[in-house]
Design a protein around this ligand. Structure first.
Ligand code: G3H
Length: 549
């Protein structure tokens, strides 16, 4: 359905988009709820007999009377402090101060374990994709993309590690010192991913952390817990015991407790800066903690007077509304030059009205139900706040909602003081602010608390160049005539200010989860004989000149 089809009856039409149970295609159905009762701790599956939390989908089924019922997907263990302590203790034993089997294994053997894991989860692709779709409401096509992109990321990580390790498979002699330098693990990694990319973003830290020889305590995201159930056996069987341990339960209780133990060496979090800040402070020895953080953003699109309107509209739609705007990289503010504002907004609203809204398994759907139950209320609040201060919803039906389906709203003109001006809406709300002087647009980015990316739309090389130079020192990716995004994953993904700490990419993540370590000796005959004996006798996994093919 599109707003144009719906005319005045948008609310009724939105309601009708929720299917009756029999209308859900067989291939996409959750046949029976998945009640997870096993937890993976210390290499073993334990049966959980304690409290559980039910999981409901953002998708509802419609009854004959028009009532909506959220589909029950299953439940998972609400493990607590005791299990978190057990997970930490298992991780400590597996790492064993760097003497454990996993951190001392050869790189080639660790790669083989990750490959084994990957082959096992590929066998569960359909089930995992279906759970991504049902748990977070991501379209089937995008859920498939998320799974496949993750497998590609793992394969690229393996290729990159081979290259990195092979490059270090040699001795260097400088000023009479013989040395071999490699990258070693850091210890225990606490890994937490976000609900919008519950598999992909989690694995972009989890896999590099593991493959570099660290051990992991992993807390699945708020939404997207059950999708890990089909992976438990692969985690258990592919890695030595205690290398990966999963904790569930109330994040605000369990996670600070884990941090306060002082045993975590790396905090890998894709989430909010407030949480990151609190967790770092909970660690008793901050000098022992490395943080790899992907945080919130408020990426702006700056549209110059000579921008190609059609191209700009297309990119701004993809940038602001892919997965309902629930991407950290989404365009969350549009700054448009007054000279082009009217033309841009007219075409932008026209194109929004053509977007298909519906259930995630429908072909060609863009807008789908939102997993956060209080999100619709928050967005209504943002609209009311903006309207109360003089803005309007420009597109027909914008802001209409039924349960978790929210029809995107273009809000204009948004200005300083409105929630939408600064807050990360993380949903299908598009604030637009006009500007006359380019300084105003620049000042918006400079004064923002965030510094991830920006998109510039225009055709004048002088003007674009004059924006690139100041903006590259404000954000970490300046996109020209295209939307903001993370991919390709080979490129660095990071941000300034409250948007990130550390850089992720296939290459950079391997560095983030390891530290350069060297073995050094004086260049004497006795040393050379000793080193030869170690290397030629294949006695060390660190000190060697092996080549991984
Ligand atoms: O939520 C943040 C994701 O990393 C976005 O990735 O820009 O490739 O969709 P993407």
């Amino acid at each position: 359905m599109t707003a144009t089809d719906a005319h005045g009856n948008l609310k009724e039409s939105l309601l009708a988009l929720f299917p009756e149970e029999h209308q859900i295609a067989e291939a996409c159905r959750i046949l029976s709820p998945l009640h997870q009762r096993s937890i993976l701790l210390d290499g073993e599956m334990h049966v959980w007999k304690g409290e559980t939390r039910p999981v409901f989908s953002p998708m509802c089924v419609r009854g004959a009377d028009g009532s909506l019922t959220h589909v029950e997907l299953g439940s998972y263990p609400m493990t607590g402090i005791a299990e978190a302590d057990a997970a930490l203790a298992a991780a400590e034993r597996a790492y064993d101060h760097g003497r454990g089997q996993w951190p001392t294994l050869s790189v080639a053997e660790r790669i083989a374990c990750v490959q084994n894991f990957t082959n096992q989860i590929i066998a569960h692709r359909r089930e995992i994709v279906n759970l991504i779709m049902w748990e977070i409401g991501k379209s089937l096509a995008d859920s498939e993309k998320e799974f496949d992109r993750t497998v590609d990321y793992i394969n690229a990580t393996i290729a990159e590690l081979k290259q990195l390790d092979n490059g270090n498979s040699r001795f260097q002699i400088v000023d009479g010192t013989i040395a071999q330098i490699r990258r070693s693990p850091l210890g225990i990694v606490l890994c937490m991913g976000p609900y919008n990319y519950p598999m992909n973003e989690t694995f972009t830290t989890l896999i590099p952390a593991l493959i570099m020889g660290n051990v992991v305590v992993f807390k699945p995201p708020r939404f997207g817990v059950l999708l890990y159930y089909p992976m438990l056996e692969a985690f258990r069987s592919a890695f030595p015991r205690g290398v990966i341990n999963i904790v569930y339960g109330q994040g605000s209780v369990v996670v600070p407790h884990v941090m306060a133990s002082g045993k975590v060496n790396v905090l890998a979090l894709i989430g909010s800066s407030t949480v990151a800040d609190q967790l770092k402070k909970a660690h008793p020895k901050s000098n022992r903690l490395r943080a790899v953080l992907g945080l919130e953003a408020k990426n702006a699109a700056i549209i110059l007077p000579d921008a190609d309107v059609e191209l700009t509209v297309k990119e701004c739609i993809a940038g602001s509304l892919s997965f309902n705007g629930q991407r950290c990289t989404a365009i969350k503010m549009i700054l448009v030059h007054q000279a082009i504002a009217e033309r841009f907004l007219r075409r932008f609203c026209e194109e929004i009205s053509k977007l298909k809204i519906g259930m995630p398994w429908e072909k060609g759907v863009t807008l789908t139900p939102l997993p956060e139950m209080n999100k619709v209320a928050y967005m209504n609040d943002c609209i009311a706040d903006a309207v109360g201060q003089g803005a309007r919803v420009l597109n027909e039906g914008g802001g209409t909602s039924v349960e978790t389906l929210f029809y995107p709203a273009v809000v204009y003109p948004v200005k300083e003081g409105m929630k939408l001006y600064r807050e990360e809406q993380f949903g299908p709300l598009i604030p637009v602010a006009p500007f006359e002087d380019i300084e105003t647009a620049l000042e918006y980015v400079i004064s923002s608390d965030h510094g991830q990316q920006v998109s510039i739309f225009g055709t004048n090389p002088d003007q674009i160049a004059s924006l690139i130079d100041p903006l590259v020192n404000q954000v970490c990716r300046v996109n020209i005539n295209c939307q903001c995004q993370r991919s390709p994953d080979i490129f660095p993904f990071t941000g300034r200010k409250d948007s990130a700490e550390g850089t992720l990419s296939v290459h950079d993540a391997l560095r983030a989860f390891s530290i350069r370590t060297m073995v050094a000796a004086k260049q004497t005959d006795a040393t050379k004989t000793l080193l030869d004996a170690i290397v030629l006798g294949h006695k060390s996994n660190f000190l060697n000149t092996h080549f991984i093919l």
